[in-house]
Design a protein around this ligand. Sequence first.
Ligand SMILES: Cc1cc2nc3c(=O)[nH]c(=O)nc-3n(C[C@H](O)[C@H](O)[C@H](O)COP(=O)(O)OP(=O)(O)OC[C@H]3O[C@@H](n4cnc5c(N)ncnc54)[C@H](O)[C@@H]3O)c2cc1C
Ligand SMILES: NC(=O)c1ccc[n+]([C@@H]2O[C@H](COP(=O)([O-])OP(=O)(O)OC[C@H]3O[C@@H](n4cnc5c(N)ncnc54)[C@H](O)[C@@H]3O)[C@@H](O)[C@H]2O)c1
Length: 464
Amino acid sequence: MTFDFDLIVIGAGAAGLTCAITAKGFGKSVLLIEKNRTGGECTWSGCVPSKALINISKEINSARKYCDFVPDTRKIMKDVKKVIEDVYSHETPEVLEKTGINFLEGEAEFTENKTIKIGENTFSGKSIIIATGSSPFVPPIPGINTVEYLTNESLFLLEEIPKSMIILGGGAIGVEMAQALNRIGVEVHLVEMLDNILFREDQEFAHILREKLIDEGVNIHIKTKAVEVKKNNNTIILTVEKDGQKSELSAESMLVAVGRKPSTASLKLENAGIEYNKKGIEVDKHLETNIHNIYAVGDVVGPYQFSHMANYQGIIAVQNALTPLKKSIDYSNVAWTTFTQPELASAGMSEKEAREKHDNIHIYSLKRDELDRAKTKKDDIFNVKIICDHKKKILGAQILADRAGELICEIQAMKSNGLSLDKLAGVIHPYPTYAEAFSKLGKKAYVDKLMDNPVVSLIKSIKH
Ligand SMILES: Cc1cc2nc3c(=O)[nH]c(=O)nc-3n(C[C@H](O)[C@H](O)[C@H](O)COP(=O)(O)OP(=O)(O)OC[C@H]3O[C@@H](n4cnc5c(N)ncnc54)[C@H](O)[C@@H]3O)c2cc1C
Ligand SMILES: NC(=O)c1ccc[n+]([C@@H]2O[C@H](COP(=O)([O-])OP(=O)(O)OC[C@H]3O[C@@H](n4cnc5c(N)ncnc54)[C@H](O)[C@@H]3O)[C@@H](O)[C@H]2O)c1
């Protein structure tokens, strides 16, 4: 059987772009289909605009320590859009076509398992990769459809920012946006139904971060459930329930950020017999669906909804789809960062997970007052936790600090290469840096390892 393309990729977000570029690198013919704009969520309504807004809000926050002023949110939003345009300029259909990728704009659906339909046209692919991402989940709170709520898809399209905002959901989006919006002058109410923000993170560090946000002026309502939404003139009124007591929060606008739903509806997966559930498309360890040569990657698959995971999965899926070598996905070395200030970065296991999986773990931690660099900045928050097994092999790490997302990469590199923490003991780190914390912890691990050595134990016992 002959095919129109070696590979058809549906969706040109982080995952789909990686797939198309990687396949082209293998010298294969590729058709990339996108119904909206190339770049997907990360460029238009996710990582890029959120980090641009966070950066601006940091600058405003620093300046505000020394003088008071009202930020111009029209100018802020214009600058956020400029950043989006800059990133997009490197991934436009024209740029992609120059690399030899065939690009088609349109909504793709399966007609059968080798054939995709876009409008009136059908195309066959020897292999197909689904990379259609996710969209915001909107909870069925009574009255929600009677108000014009925002999601990440509409927030960054605003020309100016409302003066007050209710944010529903204290996850990654809610917390990052709560701090950034509050810093640019928005009165923020963050509503989270669990007993802390950032439920996936180390809860001790999430607690410190929560206190910091409250200190900055964010109104955080934990253990609080949204029960009804209504509108009164230009005000959104959210009825919430906490400990059985109802009360009302009001604001000009409301951002819904309570998780994602996979984008499967438009694909007509049934026509190809592809299995999926409400969490997304089901794949095996090779990222292959139940249908041979149809793969799925990125947010539409999970379990981690990050751009870097979309990239990682994309490369593996292409390799498996186009070459005889089958590579398994490995989620044992995942790292991520929540871009608040301070940032909260994680690699591998949390302390809780490590305790569940290992009998004998050792936590190496270091706080602000043990590190000169942190002490040089007034009010700096600095917390590191590195979780090791009994041989000091790194199982996981969490860092709550400025630029924690950069700092975690040193530990991530060590962990991914199976190195133990004591190996950092002899590595010279410049003084005074935040990263010096790692060589200090490496030295502690080195001494502990030495003490665990049977020869040292024997000498110690003889001496005693
Ligand atoms: C506010 C926010 C901030 C974030 N910040 C970060 C961050 O800092 N770091 C990080 O790693 N991650 C971050 N993320 C997560 C990250 O954006 C996603 O994990 C990533 O973009 C997923 O990429 P994807 O390619 O799987 O999906 P998407 O980027 O959603 O791409 C899917 C594409 O498929 C297209 N599509 C869907 N159906 C069809 C169809 N039938 N036919 C044709 N095209 C179709 C869509 O239009 C879309 O362009 C953030 C997310 C949000 C919402
Ligand atoms: N820096 C980053 O890497 C980054 C930033 C933003 C988003 N993301 C990705 O996007 C994904 C989605 O982010 P998100 O913040 O929408 O989801 P999330 O799953 O991270 O958090 C959603 C939060 O909403 C709460 N919630 C759910 N229903 C609620 C309700 N009815 N009332 C009050 N609270 C409710 C949940 O308890 C949870 O804490 C993240 O999981 C992450 O993968 C990553």
